[in-house]
Design a protein around this ligand. Structure first.
Ligand SMILES: Nc1ncnc2c1ncn2[C@@H]1O[C@H](COP(=O)(O)OP(=O)(O)OP(=O)(O)O)[C@@H](O)[C@H]1O
Ligand SMILES: [Mg+2]
Length: 254
């Protein structure tokens, strides 16, 4: 499989007392569904956000399909980000806008800024947004306001907004942390199935080890800013889980 992303010696120092990441070296191939697990404060969000430069790494290189993210100009970064979808724990929808409008926001990175400013979306974009919403089971919510939806529905809108970018890579930071177990399954199914169907590589941070094992093709364990496990789900033994969550065991199955 084609290599899609490479992190070389990524380090993030927030301040003297707070090191986010130390010497991270990872590479990702097309079609992988990767779960990043580890205790609170391990560096999972920092890792994910260094990839699309929501956080600027202190040193190291991020290579996204032959482009250097860390040195990219504003224009180049806009292009890179248009190819990377992002899903957030708290959905980040615009409450007062409709579901359809929220999904269409995902097209902004691909549009001429003036058209974007006036929300002049093409008919093709609108049709695609409706198709994605139907595929994900939100037929009846298309014209509702975002704040009328349940958490699971909001997150599925968040997934559609990322999918309509037609990204090569999807980043999800704790996409199910605010949801109950049943809704979490619906959202993870939607994320996994769509990434598979559209051939999108996904990297998702997850608190729940069981969920990571169920969906991921590869699991990365992060502890104190370092990668301490990187392998197939069946290689993640109870001993490794105990080492990863040492002193915070409750978090692994919370
Ligand atoms: N803006 C910041 N300023 C200073 N330190 C920070 C900042 N953001 C994160 N950190 C520190 O960096 C480390 C890694 O934080 P990060 O948010 O990446 O962890 P995480 O694994 O995502 O945790 P959680 O599971 O709670 O979301 C922590 O020690 C945290 O306190
Ligand atoms: Mg986090």
């Amino acid at each position: 499989m084609q290599k899609i992303l490479e992190l070389r010696n990524i380090k993030k120092v927030y301040n003297k007392t707070s090191i986010g990441l130390e010497e991270i070296n990872l590479s990702f191939s097309g079609g992988e569904f990767v779960a990043v697990i580890g205790p609170s404060g391990a560096g999972k969000s920092t890792l994910l956000r260094c990839i699309n430069r929501l956080i600027q790494p202190t040193s190291g290189e991020v290579i996204f399909i032959d482009r250097e993210v860390q040195n990219a100009s504003k224009k180049e970064l806009r292009f890179i980000r248009s190819q990377i979808g992002m899903i957030f724990q708290h959905y980040n929808l615009i409450d007062r806008s409709s579901v359809l409008e929220n999904v269409l926001l995902g097209r902004l990175g691909h549009m001429n800024p003036i058209k974007g400013l006036f929300s002049l979306y093409s008919n093709e974009d609108k049709e695609n947004a409706i198709k994605l919403l139907r595929k994900i089971g939100l037929d009846e919510q298309i014209y509702k306001r975002a704040d009328e939806l349940s958490g699971g529905q909001k997150q599925r809108v968040g997934i559609c907004r990322a999918l309509i970018q037609q990204p090569k890579l999807m980043l999800a930071d704790e996409p199910i942390a605010s949801l109950d177990p049943k809704t979490s399954i619906d959202v993870m199914d939607a994320l996994y199935n769509n990434c598979q169907d559209f051939g999108i590589t996904c990297i998702t941070n997850l608190h729940q080890v069981e969920v990571a094992k169920k969906y991921a093709t590869r699991i990365i364990g992060v502890k104190k800013g370092k990668v301490v496990f990187d392998g197939k789900p069946n290689m993640l033994t109870e001993d490794i889980i105990s080492m990863l969550y040492e002193g915070k065991e409750g978090e692994a199955y919370a």
